[in-house]
Design a protein around this ligand. Sequence first.
Ligand code: ZN
Length: 326
Amino acid sequence: MRRCIKEPTPAVLRVADQLAAAVDAHLAGDTATAAAQFRLADGLAVFFWLNPCWYDVEANVVCRNPEGDTKVLPRADRDPQRSVPRSVQHEVLIRDGYRCRYCGLRVVSADIRKIAHRIYPDAVPWNARNLRRQHAGFAAAWLQYDHVVPHSHGGRSDADNVVVACALCNFAKDRFTLKQLDLEDPRRFEPAATDWDGLERLRARPAAESRTEPVRTDGNGLDRLQATPDSEPVACRQSLQSHGGAYFVEGASLSKGYLYTPAINGKSRWFRLSDEVEAWPTRQGAATGYALRCNPVLLHRRGIKLPLLLSEGPAAGSRLESEPNV
Ligand SMILES: [Zn+2]
């Protein structure tokens, strides 16, 4: 029996240290080093370790019908709470630490990755619809909550059945049982002691910093993507430079924490900036204005439509952005 579906390689094990060096440099105000370290963690070796193992899940099955295995239950007999409640996530995280209970990889929550992506859109690319355009290190270190006994087999969404996992161990496990995957039950082994904090210190930075203009850097990750078979450099460039979910507000102005649009349907609108609503000066073609990142609901409430920045829309929920498979 194996402890995990795929052993992390040295390049994968280095990711956490590289991400930590990036975050420490950022918090010290050294954005150039931060960007360089984020890029180091986005290597091809990590990309190919992760892919296609976490989406070609059938390939991970060792035995289709092992003897004495649990069976898929009718929906009515399953735990009505399919996703892991926040309170359980919290409890599990305190018990397991930011470390995969299967392979031991040090993991980072999606929230931290989103902050890094927002501040360093070039060095931390993230396109939910395209694996090739996701930062390989953050993808590999993506904190998940895994149902050890699959929910479909009667596994409950409680702390007894849920463990911290990395993205590969969770997504590659998919709906299969430990027996089908020839995996040891991770609960037989104590969580490894660790002082790894999941880079939560990035979340604790002063709120004002989240409103700074994103750090643009010279390179844009194309080196990695061009080396990827079948990549489309032109499409990649466009994607990597986009901000997903950001709108272009031509002729807008910023004053005392508010973004003001020019008159739309005869009326100027304003948006109060916060952690959820960000704006930074930008240009689209020859037009200058502000990029506005906010929940589309805010536009709907104001009865206005704004063009998306560049060609990309907000990231739609792909399978890998959704709840972990159980
Ligand atoms: Zn793992």
